[in-house]
Design a protein around this ligand. Structure first.
Ligand code: TRP
Length: 373
């Protein structure tokens, strides 16, 4: 169901998301050719940039200027443990890994293990504890450099984080948080405080290293309200405004507007078996194809609303030529929905086969990633 009024806060993304409107209302900057040219000096452009999956940001020019002057930034992103990791989560993390590699920079990865406990009625600390380690395995499995990657866990690193979080909190009023996050008088006070915790990793490395270091945050658009606030507050505490690079959501299997989410009935998890993937795509992936084969051959399919095609475009098919071929063949009815799904299933399963092996190996590596001073 499409809702008339889309809602994008970090806790609810529903309705038809109009990304142009997000750009206008919130003032994020579209990533233009000039920025792409600048990035090209460091590496061939990532397919997620080329295809506008990562489509906007804040202060990207400044981040690159500083980098070129020898003032390296660090990356900051995160994941609130609350359930299994799915393909939609993997997308920005893969991109973050690419950024770490091409710029050879540190990544600070936050696991705010209190976030979903505070915001979801049915999630307790015992749930977040269960998923914390599980979720870390998915991050490690993507191949981040352990020497340059630091996991920060809010409850575990509370001693390190609480003071800076209070510094942030002191500069935020209830009314600022209310409007940014859709909270009200009956919201619990943990929710009102939470954004201060999410602000901390954007300047924690500067505190630890006792010098101001630029911060670049890769994230999905729903997290922007947090960092809009952080950008207001951090300069008041003597730190740089964090820059960001932002992506759209991987659509859910249903093809509904919004994001892939564990609250959708069918979602592809990183731990799914090849058979589960096959069944989910075949049964539930929304198709842009025609009702009958005859009609499909005549009229062709619509790749833009086809979930399998979108998974290939946004995440799975790195090869531009191959993607274009699939696009054209589908659009002109040469490629059927069944064939497109088969290819998508193969792509997901070959990604997951490797990922699941790395996930097993990651079990021994967790300690290397958790920050210790
Ligand atoms: N709030 C995010 C979530 O719901 C987790 C998170 C913490 C995050 N810090 C971040 C996401 C920085 C992106 C960037 O999972």
């Amino acid at each position: 169901m499409r809702r008339a009024h889309p809602s994008v806060t970090p806790w609810e993304v529903s309705g038809e998301i109009n990304y142009e409107k997000l750009i206008k209302e919130f003032g994020v900057e579209k990533i233009d050719e000039k920025i792409l040219e600048r990035i090209k000096k460091h590496s061939p452009i990532h397919y997620m940039l080329k295809r506008k999956v990562f489509f906007a940001g804040r202060d990207l020019k400044w981040i690159l200027d500083e980098y070129d002057k020898g003032n390296k930034f660090f990356l900051y992103t995160g994941r609130a443990p609350s359930g299994k990791v799915h393909l939609g989560h993997i997308m920005p993390w893969l991109f973050t890994k690419w950024l770490q590699d091409i710029f050879d920079v540190e990544l600070w990865f936050q696991f705010p293990d209190e976030e979903k406990m505070l915001f979801k009625k049915d999630i307790s600390f015992s749930d977040t504890k269960k998923f914390l380690e599980d979720n870390m395995l998915d991050v490690i499995a993507l191949g981040f450099n352990p020497k340059k990657t630091h996991f920060i866990i809010d409850t575990k690193h509370a001693q390190l984080m609480y003071k800076p979080a209070c510094e942030v909190a002191k500069k935020i009023t209830f009314s600022m948080v209310k409007t940014s996050f859709g909270l009200n008088e009956s919201s619990n006070i943990g929710q009102i405080f939470y954004t201060s915790m999410q602000a901390v990793p954007a300047f924690l490395p500067s505190i630890i290293k006792e010098k101001n270091i630029p911060c670049l945050i890769p994230h999905a658009v729903d997290q922007d309200p947090h960092f809009r606030l952080s950008r207001d507050i951090l300069p008041k505490l003597g730190y740089y405004k964090p820059a960001s690079i932002q992506c759209i959501f991987l659509p859910p299997l249903s093809g509904n507007e919004g994001k892939m989410s564990s609250s959708e009935q069918y979602t592809i998890y990183t731990t799914d078996s090849p058979k589960e993937v096959k069944d989910k795509i075949n049964k539930y992936a929304f198709s842009g194809g025609q009702a009958t084969l005859d009609e499909h051959r005549k009229k062709g399919g619509n790749p833009y609303i086809d979930v399998s095609f979108q998974y290939l475009r946004m995440l799975l098919e790195e090869d531009d030529k191959k993607l274009k071929q699939i696009h054209d063949d589908y659009k002109f009815g040469k490629l059927t929905t069944g064939e497109l799904k088969k290819y998508t299933i193969e792509k997901i399963n070959s990604f997951l086969e490797k990922h699941q092996k790395e996930r097993e190996k990651a079990k021994k590596k967790i300690d290397e990633f958790i920050y210790t001073s």
